[in-house]
Design a protein around this ligand. Structure first.
Ligand code: SF4
Length: 231
């Protein structure tokens, strides 16, 4: 059980920087009890860079839905090497459930919520059991209910930590350039938000950052963040 609540932490650290939040979370608030959930998507390198500056042994959980773009897997491997991350854990769907519920691998086209549950929510729930807190890369500028996010969010007994909530897209890309961090290869092809290949399309000028996610449906989140990144 956490001794901290999101409200008291937001009050205490409301004017801290993103790096301050990462450092205080890893070193003071949740030592050995915090992990990062990363999609290794378009903006993921910033949070991972902040974590690597603080403690490269911080666990990073990558949800491998088995439906990712090849470019995402290549970007993941490139970032692990560049940042010298020491504990990246690839979390895959539970094999028996995959065979039973999605034998043809097409569940995403019939029941996207069920597919996200099978490939993301359930495996992640198992992977995070021993952690009291999780970093996410979510930001207010992503919209879709994220506009009022704070640095800290209560998620049952667990705390979600969102160091980049205040960052705009231009600040993210300026940071990547300033620190010589690699960009996800799909960003220059019109993908500012990148999920599974079968559920992500390019975004047209003027569209919302996440407009290409589950395009043509009412779905906007994968379910792992609804009460509180990777998604
Ligand atoms: S984003 Fe699409 S393919 Fe990926 S888990 Fe969700 S429904 Fe399935």
């Amino acid at each position: 059980m956490n001794a901290h609540t999101a409200d008291t932490l937001n009050e205490k650290y409301h004017d801290a920087s993103a790096l301050d939040i990462v450092q205080v979370a890893i070193r003071d608030l949740f030592p050995s009890r915090i992990a990062a959930v990363s999609s290794f998507g378009a903006e993921s390198a910033v949070l991972l860079h902040l974590i690597a500056q603080t403690d490269r042994q911080t666990p990073v959980l990558f949800l491998d839905t088995l439906k990712h773009f090849d470019e995402t897997l290549e970007h993941r491997d490139r970032l692990i090497k560049r940042l010298r991350l020491e504990d990246v854990r690839t979390i895959q769907p539970i094999a028996s459930e995959l065979i039973a519920r999605d034998p043809d691998g097409m569940m995403w086209s019939r029941d996207a919520d069920g597919c996200c549950d099978l490939r993301k929510t359930r495996p992640l729930a198992q992977a995070v059991m021993r952690f009291n807190a999780l970093f996410t890369g979510r930001k207010r500028h992503h919209g879709h209910g994220r506009a009022t996010l704070g640095y800290f969010e209560q998620d049952g007994a667990r705390i979600k930590v969102n160091p980049l909530v205040q960052w705009r897209a231009d600040e993210i890309y300026e940071y990547l350039d300033r620190h010589g961090l690699p960009r996800h290869p799909l960003t220059e092809k019109g993908y500012p938000s990148i999920g599974c290949a079968v559920c992500t399309s390019a975004v047209r000028p003027g569209e919302d950052v996440r407009a290409g996610r589950w395009r043509g449906t009412s779905k906007t989140e994968c379910g792992i963040h609804e009460s509180s990144e990777a998604g």
